[in-house]
Design a protein. Structure first.
Length: 391
């Protein structure tokens, strides 16, 4: 195989973006061969914008059974991510899943179990922010152990601002039945993935949420969560779609350093000795240890979706590593599900004993009373500005 024949299920905001980057030659291992969408207007768009050489199908199954593709991107609303990933896996079609992996961990676990049955199928997850050199370096520094154990993590990620028009652009958006959640399911999966990828999984979560606080929506648009790690370290995660000029600051305090990622990039303040040693040996009541800034070697790379797709192509053709294996999508989703369950029940959730059935039951209650929006004019928009830079 010299070129991978690519299909895309769903050519809305994300799917059309992926189609554009493949057609532009950003990912040279792929050629766009087919797209599928249940919306006739999007198929007309594909005919006009993607050309007659790209086959068009009005159902995902028809495209998957056509023999026209070797690999497929799943870019449909969240509930259907596992469904179509599984359909690809069963047919031996390499598959890339858009985030989140799904709405609830029970369905994602089923998807991961199916993936184990097809080891020759390359299954990736679209965690494009793992390609940012800032977060890659943070992970390298934390995971190396050179600065000791994590003591505290704080991430205020409130620059996912969305106006009401965004939520009104699709009848499924911001509903329990259509999307399954709000900022935690749509925007912050990137950050929840990075949080656990860099710092490891927390073991306890306690969350407070507001549902439709800033917008006319059913789901959460304001979240403050507290977590604990196995070693006793603590963390705070704050996110919203309601802050017009929000903040992105991710701070990790370790025994021998403070690491901060924000709009200025990445900084490391290294202590002259580990804090536990200083506290034990210091005799000055208001003493504090010396510290110095560390010069970092960052290559400035941040290829985002292009980087994920190029790595996927390399994995299919040459056995190169993925940016994120599809099975990794369950980790951030577990944190998200635990946050929701904590807010719904008003209590702390232990992730080591996470009750997937209880979560699904509570979600189902909300789905049962969910109201789909009517008279909505579906809109597709350019999403590239939403992930540029150090977001």
């Amino acid at each position: 195989m010299e070129k991978i024949r690519l299909g895309i299920i769903g050519i809305g905001n994300m799917g059309s973006g992926h189609a554009g980057r493949i057609k532009a030659g950003n990912c040279p291992d792929f050629v766009l061969s087919a797209v599928a969408d249940i919306n006739p207007a999007r198929l007309e768009w594909a005919k006009k914008e993607l050309g007659e050489d790209v086959k068009r199908f009005d159902s995902a199954e028809a495209m998957l059974d056509s023999g026209a593709i070797d690999a497929c991107i799943v870019a449909v609303p969240h509930y259907d991510h596992p469904k179509y990933v599984i359909e690809c896996l069963k047919r031996g079609i390499h598959v890339m899943c858009e985030k989140p992996a799904g709405v609830y961990t029970k369905q994602v676990r089923e998807m991961n179990e199916e993936a184990k049955k097809h080891p020759d199928v390359v299954f990736g997850m679209m965690f494009n922010q793992r390609t940012n050199c800032v977060y890659k370096k943070m992970r390298e520094l934390v995971q190396s152990g050179k600065y000791g154990q994590i003591r505290r993590t704080n991430w205020i990620i409130t620059d996912w601002y969305r106006p009401q028009a965004y939520f009104d652009s699709g009848s499924w958006r911001a509903t329990w039945s259509g999307e399954g959640g709000g900022v935690l399911l749509n925007q912050a999966p990137h950050n929840l993935d990075l949080w656990q990828w860099i710092c490891g999984m927390p073991v306890k979560i306690s969350a407070h949420m507001k549902f439709g606080k800033w917008h006319d929506i059913e789901v959460e648009d304001d979240v403050t969560a507290y977590c604990e790690y196995e070693n006793g370290a603590t963390g705070v995660f704050i996110t919203t779609t309601g802050d017009a000029k929000g903040t992105n600051r991710f701070e990790i305090q370790l025994d021998k350093a403070k690491i901060v990622a924000d709009y200025s990039g990445l900084s490391v303040l290294e202590f002259d000795m580990p804090e536990p040693e200083f506290s034990r040996t210091n005799t000055v009541p208001f003493g504090n240890m010396g510290a110095h800034n560390v010069e970092l070697d960052l290559d400035g790379s941040n290829p985002q979706h292009d980087g994920v797709l190029r790595a996927w192509g390399g994995a299919i053709l040459r056995g190169e590593p993925l940016v994120a294996h599809g099975s990794e999508g369950i980790y951030g989703l577990t944190i998200s599900n635990a946050m929701h369950l904590s807010a719904w029940l008003g209590k702390e959730i232990d992730l080591r004993e996470f009750d997937e059935d209880l979560f699904y039951a509570e979600l189902s209650k909300r789905v049962a009373t969910s109201r789909r929006k009517t008279n909505v004019k579906e809109q597709v928009a350019d999403t590239s500005a939403t992930y540029a830079g150090n977001k």
